[in-house]
Design a protein around this ligand. Structure first.
Ligand code: HEM
Ligand SMILES: *[C@@H]1O[C@H](CO)[C@@H](O)[C@H](O)[C@H]1NC(C)=O
Ligand SMILES: *[C@@H]1O[C@H](CO)[C@@H](O)[C@H](O)[C@H]1NC(C)=O
Ligand SMILES: *[C@@H]1O[C@H](CO)[C@@H](O)[C@H](O)[C@H]1NC(C)=O
Length: 479
């Protein structure tokens, strides 16, 4: 009997503990578990990568946005992710809660560009780098480089005269040379060919399989990366011996108080070249295309640029462009903005949630990727009526906050945006005042790799205009 009673007590106490546990659980988790955003994750592992890569990515994203709204879940490259396309969500992820969303890249890319480069980092180290990079690329930092940029633009265009060229390849050479100028100043010219050779090998491996065996593209890239770091070390050494201050990015990194290691400097220099070159070259290529398709816009830009040439002649000023001249280009500047919008060369960027985050009643689980969809934001008829139309005049009215973000926003937004706009404006000045060009072949395709680009890099032929100097405006006859 005694055995049965004790068993009874044992069971009832186990039952009681169980009950208590359930009750505690029930009351502490009174907040219902948040739902994930709508959408499908696709097949396990492969997810929806195949759909994304097998069709124009815009069609993929646009159909999702249409079906699920401005926030939805998907699954690409083996990672669950949340895609966002409203200005409010962009502000949340990139600006106000930026600390909850860290930048994220595949490990192989990180190894190739250098893991201490600015865009892979967060927190204090990132803030320090950002201050140094911004110092070199704010208007104050680049103002005195206008005439150097101009002579590089002038030389680049001259080298194209009469030839059939791939616009994108030629613009990559131009933007590479500008990047070297802003990073190394005069020293860049000395090492230009070596830097170019190494960088071109490095980039070939960037999209290759990350297999580090002798002979693979990846292995060659890693070798080129080492060689680049050695050239940077050489320049560092000679600058340290000269003890002269330099007004360029390397000079900013070398400041005594900054205490960056040589490795950190090399990673960031390779990183800045990477961020600066193909982006700006793609935008320039699109401008060639849009100007040739829109003769009235080309005409307006040409007149604006000729007016600058004329006003300098009338004042008897030197013919070289100044920073002030580049601020007298409102039409050109709207053409650049509209190109950044329509072409949206960076369709999206990546972040990763560092903890569970609640947004608008949805859960964004820790570790999930978050993709702000720049292109969809720029092509939403809510933000830009008749979005597929190339119409620079729409920028006569400033766009609403976080609806036009070709350079991103918040803590990781593009520190090179002023330089990019400057080098584009200066090239357009010489292009429109001295040259005409025609696009060769049927040109409607777009290639993505990884930046959106006209098919085949836009083959063109460039000619000097018959009359080298612009015709002055007709004088009103005085009677
Ligand atoms: C038109 C050309 C360019 C476009 C469209 C562009 C676009 C962008 C965007 C969207 C970001 C932010 C990415 C993100 O938030 O994940 C970014 C970051 C960055 N860009 Fe640019 N960029 C351009 C040219 C340049 C140039 C010329 C430079 C160098 C001088 C540069 C240097 C950088 C750097 C260093 C970052 C990383 C900033 C950080 O992580 O704090 N970019 N760029
Ligand atoms: C640009 O090149 C032309 C030759 O095509 C030369 O006459 C002119 O001085 C150059 N201008 C600048 C600013 O370098
Ligand atoms: C290339 O591959 C070999 C063999 O795996 C390796 O020892 C070498 O370090 C690699 N080179 C670089 C630069 O990573
Ligand atoms: C970036 O976000 C801030 C805060 O929301 C906003 O004021 C600003 O206009 C945004 N920048 C752009 C280019 O939209």
């Amino acid at each position: 009997m005694e055995f049965i009673t004790s068993m009874f007590y044992l069971f009832s106490s186990i039952f009681f503990i169980f009950l208590l546990h359930s009750l505690i659980k029930f009351f502490t988790s009174s907040r219902p578990k948040l739902p994930l955003p709508p959408g499908t994750l696709g097949w396990p592992y492969i997810g929806e990568t195949f759909q994304l890569y097998s069709q124009n990515p815009n069609v993929f994203f646009a159909s999702k946005v249409k079906r699920y709204g401005s926030i939805f879940k998907s699954h690409i490259l083996g990672c669950p992710c949340v895609m966002i396309s409203s200005p409010e969500a962009v502000k949340f992820v990139l600006v106000t809660r930026a600390h909850l969303f860290k930048p994220t890249f595949p490990a192989s890319k990180e190894r190739m560009l250098g893991k201490e480069a600015i865009f892979f980092n967060q927190g204090a180290y990132h803030a320090k780098l950002r201050k140094l990079v911004l110092r070199a690329f704010t208007p104050e930092g680049i103002k005195n480089k206008v005439s150097n940029i101009e002579s590089i633009a002038n030389d680049s265009l001259q080298s194209l005269e009469g030839r059939l060229v791939n616009t994108y390849q030629e613009m990559k050479t131009y933007t590479f040379n500008i990047a070297l100028l802003s990073i190394f100043g005069e020293d860049g010219v000395l090492y230009r060919e070596d830097l170019k050779r190494c960088y071109y090998i490095l980039e070939k491996g960037y999209n290759s399989m990350p297999i580090n065996l002798p002979g693979t593209l990846f292995n060659k890239s890693m070798k080129a990366r080492k060689e680049l770091a050695e050239i940077v070390a050489k320049i560092l050494l000679s600058r340290r011996q000269m003890k002269k201050d330099h007004n360029d990015l390397l000079g900013s990194f070398m400041g005594d108080k900054e205490g960056l290691t040589d490795q950190q400097i090399a990673d960031n220099i390779i990183g800045v070249i990477f961020a600066a070159r193909d982006t700006t070259a793609s935008v320039l290529t699109w401008i060639f295309k849009y100007l040739s398709e829109n003769p009235s816009v080309l005409q307006a830009v040409t007149e604006e640029q000729e007016a600058i040439v004329r006003s300098k002649e009338e004042c008897g000023e030197e013919k070289v462009l100044t920073w002030a001249d580049t601020k007298k280009m409102p039409i050109t500047s709207k053409v650049i903005q509209e190109t950044l919008r329509v072409a949206s060369i960076l369709s999206f960027t990546f972040r990763e949630a560092v903890e569970d985050v609640e947004y608008e009643g949805y859960l964004i689980p820790k570790g999930w990727k978050v993709l702000p969809l720049f292109r969809n934001i720029h092509h939403s008829p809510e933000n830009f009526p008749d979005p597929e139309k190339f119409d620079p005049s729409r920028f006569e009215v400033a766009p609403k906050a976080n609806t036009f973000i070709p350079f991103g926003n918040g803590t990781h937004s593009c520190p090179g945006n002023e330089l990019a706009k400057l080098e584009i404006s200066v090239l357009l000045h010489h292009l429109t005042t001295k040259y005409r060009w025609s696009v060769v072949g049927a040109q409607n395709g777009i290639q993505y790799g990884p930046f959106a680009l006209p098919q085949n890099g836009l083959p063109i032929r460039l000619f000097l205009k018959k009359e080298a100097t612009p015709t002055p405006k007709k004088l009103v006859p005085t009677v």
